[in-house]
Design a protein around this ligand. Structure first.
Ligand code: HEC
Ligand code: HEC
Length: 391
């Protein structure tokens, strides 16, 4: 009878100790265990295969053990059926150990130079991992290639995480290296003895990669599981037809085209309003910003790169009659001379109703994305039910 381990249990991977230990354990079990009859064994085996096949993790005998102390249990990302495949970095495979470590780091204020602020302090799950003003949400970033409002960081999640760790949080790696628990977790996840910003970034990238939102009312509708209300359906039609033209930039299924546009917010560009120009120093990029995803948009007020709008109604009003013409305004913006789409009150309400179908309740309630249990550096989740404070 082969030794079958629970998929999540840690295995000791010090090769010498483990093989001796396991052989001995096996011997003991073989001696003491009453002989099972074959059909019972077969039943248990089938049951196990079924259980293992149904969870995200693979059985432990599939684990690759490259170095002593290093365990890598492949992690299967739950990519929604209506989403494109996600490109994976070759030098950072998604593993259970890395995702778990990334989650712990994400919620640990130890990461900040001052020791007082975690990623999860500003990126809060209840609000699709945003908080105030201009914080960008963490949703489906595994498909992103440009990060931050002006796309200052281009590349993979690993690259933006390195920026966050080194430049934004200014993480002191010495602190983590002093913590026995972190030394063990990094050893398990990466097989290293000395923690550097690179592995911190790599673990965070893997956790953020699991922040996948694809089970909104809209997705359920696309999968033919539910119907939309008449108002939502009318809003859907405005959004996905030339009437609204929203779909050109907020493209399904991610509701962003991963590009930069000037959607007509300003015609004078200074300070924070220059956007992509700050990165490329090309005049044609003046006032262009990354198209934000509209997934969970109901939860992520305030809106736009400077948080100028508080409600979705204000955003729609802007697209309807607030556009400002300029040299770089996107050619996709219609009726610029009249200020925009000129929607009726009914059409505006319908569009807002549609935008709210992009709210994914299971995403904000997903326990695997919440602060991990038993973390001594836990960030308190704010006491919220639905609304968040807007200032
Ligand atoms: C003090 C609040 C705060 C903290 C703490 C914080 N962030 Fe952010 N985060 C922001 C703001 C604000 C933005 C948008 C900034 C911009 O675009 O210039 C942002 C943007 C991002 C983005 C870009 C998202 C996109 O769509 O392009 C990523 C990724 C990110 N943060 C990850 C992290 C990680 C990882 C941590 C912890 C290591 C962290 N943040 C900690 C406020 C914060
Ligand atoms: C030409 C491309 C383009 C089109 C068309 C477009 N948008 Fe946008 N949208 C953007 C960009 C770019 C931003 C961010 C602008 C900024 O902050 O400076 C944005 C921002 C938003 C935001 C705020 C997102 C946030 O997280 O702050 C909402 C909501 C929105 N758009 C909805 C719509 C709707 C509804 C339509 C159709 C009526 C539409 N957009 C059409 C490019 C576009």
């Amino acid at each position: 009878m082969p030794l079958v381990e629970e998929p999540e249990r840690k295995v000791s991977v010090d090769p010498e100790r483990s093989s001796g230990f396991q052989a001995k354990k096996r011997e003991q079990m073989e001696q003491s265990r009453p002989i099972m009859d074959r059909s019972r064994m077969l039943f248990i085996l089938i049951l196990l295969v079924f259980i293992l096949g149904n969870c995200n993790r693979v059985p432990s005998h599939d684990k690759t053990r490259l170095r002593a102390g290093y365990t890598s249990t492949p992690y299967k990302l739950p990519i929604p059926p209506n989403f494109p495949p996600m490109e994976m970095p070759e030098d950072n495979p998604v593993t259970v150990e890395r995702v778990r470590l990334g989650r712990k780091l994400y919620y640990d204020p130890l990461l900040h130079k001052s020791g007082s602020m975690a990623c999860g302090s500003c990126h809060i799950q209840d609000w699709s991992f945003t908080t105030f003003d201009k914080v960008l949400p963490h949703v489906n970033l595994g498909w992103n290639r440009f990060f931050l409002w002006d796309g200052k960081i281009e590349g993979r999640l690993e690259d933006v995480m390195l920026y966050e760790v080194e430049s934004f949080m200014q993480t002191e790696t010495a602190r983590l290296n002093r913590e026995k628990q972190y030394r063990r977790l990094f050893k398990e996840a990466f097989g290293i003895d000395r923690i550097t910003s690179k592995e911190i970034a790599y673990a965070l990238a893997q956790f953020v990669r699991t922040m996948i939102s694809g089970d909104s009312k809209y997705d359920q509708y696309v999968r033919d599981e539910i119907e939309l209300t008449p108002a939502e359906t009318r809003g859907y039609k405005i959004f996905f037809a030339e009437k609204g033209g929203c779909f050109h930039c907020h493209m399904k299924p991610l509701f962003t085209d991963n590009r930069f546009h000037n959607n007509g917010l300003d015609n004078v560009f200074k300070g924070d309003n220059r956007g992509r120009y700050e990165v490329t120093h090309t005049r044609a990029d003046m006032g262009k910003f990354k198209t934000p995803t509209l997934r969970n948009i109901e939860l992520t007020s305030r809106y736009m790169h400077d948080g100028r709008f508080k409600t979705l109604e204000e955003v729609i009003d802007f697209y309807s009659k607030g556009l400002k013409d300029s040299e770089t305004i996107d050619p996709l913006m219609k009726n610029v001379d009249k200020g925009g789409l000129q929607l009726t009150e009914q059409e505006k309400m319908d569009l807002v109703a549609f935008l709210k179908t992009l709210t994914d309740i299971s995403f904000i309630n997903n326990k695997q994305l919440s602060p991990p249990e038993g973390s001594q550096h836990l960030v308190q989740r704010p006491n919220t039910s639905a609304s968040r404070p807007v200032n």
